[in-house]
Design a protein around this ligand. Structure first.
Ligand SMILES: C[S@@+](CC[C@H](N)C(=O)[O-])C[C@H]1O[C@@H](n2cnc3c(N)ncnc32)[C@H](O)[C@@H]1O
Length: 332
């Protein structure tokens, strides 16, 4: 089959079809609602998916190259090392569905390990990075049909144009850790319905570990992670007529041991007033906006979560430094 994305970009085509304009308007409305509600409530909080506009996705790519950020290089090496074993379990799968695919850089390793793959469906809320990745993968893997879907993976209920048959889901980068346990359970239950009986799911999950390793991964010395966090305020300024002074907020990363998660905040460095879409918000010094969680799991904790969501844990791989896990789940 010829490499093909162009005829199938019904949701992701950069040109402004009416459907795409409507989708983008809906995304801006969702952002506005999340920001206005999130800044009005206590504690203040904005969902992490809004960190990933075009600028945020570029900054995330920079984070993945940092010496402090072990997840990407560890998971990449694990896919190289365990690709053949993964293929032994799911080798005849024809359709790969990736949630939160981003740049899809690691995905090429999985695609190389699974020669029967015919169709790749990456799903991401960040349109530019998704479309660039779709084009790159289409060129790199001739014969693979790439069907990118722009949107929120927690809301997707259908896989437009997906072939029939068993599928392999892929959820890398420990993005599942951004969801609370309850949200992760709901996501896994929905993914089971979306992928269908007989399907499998490969999920990268960050492990619990020493804070000496964990904290710098979310607060690097060059300030790239801080720039990624602060971009949320710049995005509000760009898209929602905001007037945040990003120099008057600071990125904070801390570990909440009770909840087993990194929590990211933007902390006000002064008493100040900020406007968004004509609404005024008052911050006192030290007041914080919660922007992201990154839950950490032991292998047993994640397998228990998967099991309670209707998935059967098949196997879990761990890297030699006990940093990261790759879980294979099955629906049977
Ligand atoms: C931590 S990055 C991981 C990217 C890639 N999977 C990797 O491992 O390098 C999270 C990715 O998920 C996307 N994302 C986050 N929340 C999302 C949501 N609710 N729906 C769709 N995509 C989402 C982001 O745009 C970003 O590309």
């Amino acid at each position: 089959m010829a490499s093909d994305i162009s005829s199938l970009l019904t949701e992701g085509r950069p040109s402004a079809s009416a459907a795409n304009r409507a989708r983008r308007a809906a995304e801006t409305a969702a952002f506005a609602e999340a920001v206005l509600d999130g800044l009005a409530r206590r504690p203040r909080s904005i969902p992490s998916r809004f960190l990933y506009d075009a600028a945020g996705s570029v900054l995330f790519e920079e984070i993945t190259k940092l010496k402090e950020y072990y997840p990407t290089r560890t998971e990449t090496k694990m896919l190289e090392t365990f690709g053949a074993e993964i293929a032994e379990h799911v080798g005849d799968t024809e359709t790969l569905v990736e949630f939160g695919s981003g740049s899809s850089r690691k995905t090429s390793l999985l695609i190389d390990a699974l020669p029967s793959l015919d169709t790749y469906i990456p799903i991401d809320v960040s349109e530019d990075v998704l479309m660039d990745a779709a084009k790159r993968l289409s060129g790199k893997h001739p014969g693979l049909t790439v069907r990118p879907l722009v949107g929120d993976f927690t809301r997707r209920r259908t896989l437009i144009g997906a072939p029939r048959g068993d599928k392999l889901g892929f959820f890398s980068g420990s993005t599942i850790g951004n969801l609370t346990h309850k949200e992760a359970k709901t996501f896994l239950e929905n993914a089971a319905r979306l992928l269908g009986q007989g399907s499998a799911f490969l999920i990268g999950v960050d492990l619990k570990k020493s804070l000496d390793v964990l904290i710098p991964a979310y607060d690097d010395e060059d300030g790239v992670t801080a720039a990624f966090s602060l971009n949320l305020l710049s995005r509000i300024n760009r898209e929602l007529d905001g007037d945040f002074d990003t120099a008057r907020f600071a990125h904070v990363a801390l570990y909440n041991a009770d909840k087993g998660r990194i929590e990211i905040y933007l902390k006000s460095l002064a008493d100040q007033k900020v406007h968004v879409l004509g609404r005024r918000f008052t911050f006192s010094t030290g007041e914080r906006i919660h922007t992201e969680n990154s839950h950490k799991y032991t292998v047993a904790e994640f397998q228990e979560l998967a099991h309670s969501s209707g998935w059967r844990p098949v196997t879990a791989w761990i890297d030699e430094d006990d940093l990261f896990s790759l879980h294979l789940l099955q629906l049977s």
